[in-house]
Design a protein around this ligand. Structure first.
Ligand SMILES: C[S@@+](CC[C@H](N)C(=O)[O-])C[C@H]1O[C@@H](n2cnc3c(N)ncnc32)[C@H](O)[C@@H]1O
Length: 413
């Protein structure tokens, strides 16, 4: 078996995080290590963490311990961590400990942290500040505010996997502020078309392009662009983007939101000044179009992936009557099936699509899926079989939500 060099802690819906990692890095590179934890055979520096919507923490493995008892772990930490600390930049060291699945009281964690502080100080001659644990694992906010991923930061993460403890060092933590800004500060939002979280949009793009090589480039097409969250995330990853929507107002919203994004001081996208007047500039193209009949203007081989959140029907606060449900599922099914039929001759064989479809969460816990899932073969598509995640686990929802999003990942035959 390959050696696990880095570990990612996955978000609230770990199946999605795992699927995203498998799509980008390949099934053989990713090793599921238990609920919410993914091992990776690449070192952390080779992982493009900022584009991952389903991972909350990226760590480099610095050791393994064949024991999960806190006393035994502490013994190893007192030897291992000071050595790691010598590689930090000079200055006051920020230390933190985060435990996943390992049993130890907060007092024990604190006591270990203070012992570590002492040995690190002796070894490096630098002063050390410990971030106190309110919970066994520090929160993202604590990691960020205490600069634990900075040049003098040292968050040691301990993860129990069976009878082994992985000792890892945090390299990156999800940038909660940037996500909030991308989500809430956009000038145009629309509660009716729904609020696609940027993290889920990233997952959708990653499942569709399934590649991390930025030199491959290509266009990400969203035929249901709404307010443009998928396109926003695709452009931040460096793709050219192309969006269409049946409603002119939505196309206008996407345009306004993307213009806002380009004007953000910290965004990494450079916009050629002539792009607005140059109609052949495809970096950012938008137009009104019904996805069931539209002719998209670029040739089939230009698409890096088709990524979208399709038509989800109306939102529900409570589960609807069977009659109402039939009506909504039929409408959604018709539109989404019409779209798959229409785009088929316009993309080349092998093109990958990730489409968020609605699935209705019944009070008995079961899901009502769109019928088109049973006729993908006839429509000319193969479902992508992921090794580590079952297709039926690619669902995104909160427990109280009636309409879930089901991520359908397919390739054109
Ligand atoms: C769930 S929303 C997508 C929201 C989008 N992800 C965003 O970031 O705001 C679905 C969108 O599909 C559009 N739509 C509905 N029927 C359509 C059709 N036949 N063709 C193209 N767009 C359609 C709606 O106008 C709506 O903007």
């Amino acid at each position: 078996m390959e050696v696990v060099k880095s570990i990612l802690l996955l978000g609230r819906q770990p199946g999605l995080g795992l699927a995203e990692l498998e799509s980008l890095y390949g099934a053989d590179t990713i090793v599921p290590l238990g609920k919410g934890v993914a091992g990776c055979c690449l070192p952390a520096k080779e992982i493009d963490f900022t584009r991952l919507g389903g991972s909350i923490k990226l760590t480099d493995v610095i050791g393994t311990i064949e024991n999960t008892e806190w006393r035994a772990i502490e013994k190893v930490l007192l030897k291992l961590v000071p050595i790691t600390a010598t590689s930090l930049e000079e200055g006051k060291i920020q230390l933190g400990l985060s435990l996943y699945g390992i049993e130890a009281g907060l007092k024990d964690i604190q006591a270990t942290a203070l012992r570590l502080k002492k040995v690190i100080r002796t070894k490096t001659d630098q002063s050390v500040r410990v971030t106190p644990n309110k919970t066994p694992a520090l929160s993202s906010a604590q990691v960020i505010h205490n600069h634990l991923t900075g040049p003098r930061g040292l968050e040691i993460v301990l993860i129990k996997v069976g009878s082994i403890t992985y000792v890892a060092r945090t390299v990156a933590e999800q940038d909660i502020e940037s996500y909030a800004q991308r989500d809430q500060n956009r000038p145009k939002r629309d509660a009716r078309v729904g609020m696609l979280p940027p993290k889920l949009a990233q997952i959708i793009v990653n499942l569709s392009v399934a590649n991390t090589d930025p030199t491959l480039g290509g266009i990400v097409l969203d035929p249901f662009c709404g307010t443009g969250v998928v396109l926003q995330e695709a452009t931040l990853m460096g793709f050219d983007i192309y969006g269409t929507d049946i409603e002119p107002r939505m196309v206008e919203y996407t345009d306004k939101n993307l213009m806002w994004l380009l004007d953000q001081p910290n965004n990494l996208i450079s916009r050629p000044s002539e792009y607005r007047d140059n109609t052949s500039w495809r970096y950012f193209s938008l137009e009104v179009g019904d996805a069931t009949s539209h002719t998209w203007k670029y040739s089939p081989e230009t698409y890096a992936g088709i990524a979208c959140e399709g038509y989800l029907g109306q939102p529900f606060n409570a589960f609807p009557s069977e009659e109402k449900l039939r009506e909504v599922t039929n409408t959604c099914n018709q539109i989404m099936k019409g779209f798959l039929k229409n785009i088929y001759p316009q993309i080349q064989s092998g093109t990958r699509l990730c489409v968020a479809l609605p699935a209705w969460h019944r009070p008995n816990g079961r899901f009502e899926h769109l019928k088109l899932l049973d006729s993908l073969e006839e429509l000319g598509y193969n479902r992508v079989d992921l090794e580590h995640v079952r297709a039926k686990d690619l669902l995104y929802y909160r427990p109280d939500q009636v309409v879930a999003r089901e991520l359908l990942v397919i390739t054109r035959k």
